[in-house]
Ligand binder design. Structure first.
Ligand SMILES: C[S@@+](CC[C@H](N)C(=O)[O-])C[C@H]1O[C@@H](n2cnc3c(N)ncnc32)[C@H](O)[C@@H]1O
Length: 275
């Protein structure tokens, strides 16, 4: 699959871009700022906010020491690294379709003596894992890339133990914005940088999907307001990288404003597998 933003990221990391490494070398997702007005837009501030977002997702999965956890679409392994640092006796598995990211995750994340960590190449909609092996499945800001949300939910259900939790974060449009977010105009704006993205599931679509897939919804939290400084930070990176701001400029302003207006929510959602 095409992920142009990861191509750009690898190109800059290979050239030794220290600021980009500090901001996106571990997590490749939006940040969470408890006090967005205090964001200083430094790489270190962004990295702290990205770590905070991961932690909010794994908290929604009700994790405990000793669990087996799958992070689907694991990027560079940032969420697995966070779990490795915060829990003991864990069996942690990162899954990613992109072998370059798997290689980097393996080189960056070392299991603490009390934990087991592995990174596996594969598709989140056809998981290379046995049935009922995991206590929790996470998908941090990646479900919009997956070929089909229904297939992912049914795979997550298959690999979870009874009572296990699926926790995700996603861009969730209000119902009236859905036709636009599924339109060609939206794809023309997003695809050149982000590749295929389907930001098409409203909250009621998710509730229906969960019920149809044998899950009960246990967590619904809109954190859009706390992610807003991500957009000026993305524009700042562009200026630093290219000396100008035209690359995807309209896209980041449009995304920022639909978030500010709360037309596009940024939600943490968790679902429990029924026995
Ligand atoms: C925005 S990044 C998020 C990465 C990571 N979850 C993080 O938070 O740092 C989206 C990720 O989804 C992965 N991805 C896209 N499609 C996938 C699929 N079908 N199966 C597994 N991973 C996929 C991409 O390779 C990328 O790592």
């Amino acid at each position: 699959m095409r992920l142009p933003y990861f191509d750009l990221l690898f190109e800059s990391l290979d050239k030794g871009n220290v600021a980009l490494d500090a901001a996106f070398g571990r997590h490749v997702h939006w940040g969470y700022w408890e006090r967005p007005e205090r964001a200083d837009l430094s790489p270190e501030d962004f990295a702290r906010a990205a770590e905070a977002l991961s932690q909010r997702v794994w908290r929604a999965a009700l994790l405990k020491d000793g669990m087996k956890v799958l992070d689907a679409g694991c990027g560079f392994g940032g969420t697995v690294a966070s779990l490795n640092e915060n829990f003991q006796n864990m069996d942690l598995v990162g899954l990613n379709i992109d072998p370059r990211q798997i290689t980097r995750a393996r080189s960056k994340v070392t299991a603490r003596a009390c934990n087991r960590v592995q990174f596996v190449e594969g598709d989140a909609c056809r998981m290379p894992f046995e049935d009922v092996g995991f206590d929790a499945v996470l998908a941090v800001e990646c479900i919009f890339h997956f070929p089909d949300r229904g297939e992912f939910f049914s795979e997550a259900r298959r690999v979870l133990k009874p009572g296990g939790v699926l926790a995700i974060c996603d861009f969730v449009p209000k119902g009236f914005l859905r036709p636009f977010s599924a339109s060609k105009a939206s794809r023309r704006m997003l695809d050149p940088l982000f590749g295929s993205c389907k930001m098409t599931h409203s909250l009621s679509d998710y509730r229906r999907l969960a019920a149809d897939s044998g899950f009960v919804s246990i967590w619904e939290e809109d954190i859009a307001r706390h992610t807003i400084p991500t957009y000026p930070y993305l524009r700042k990176i562009q200026r630093d990288l290219t000396g100008k701001e035209d690359w995807n400029k309209f896209g980041t302003y449009a995304a920022e404003w639909v978030s500010r207006l709360n037309w596009m929510r940024y939600m943490i959602l968790a679902f429990q597998k029924l026995d």
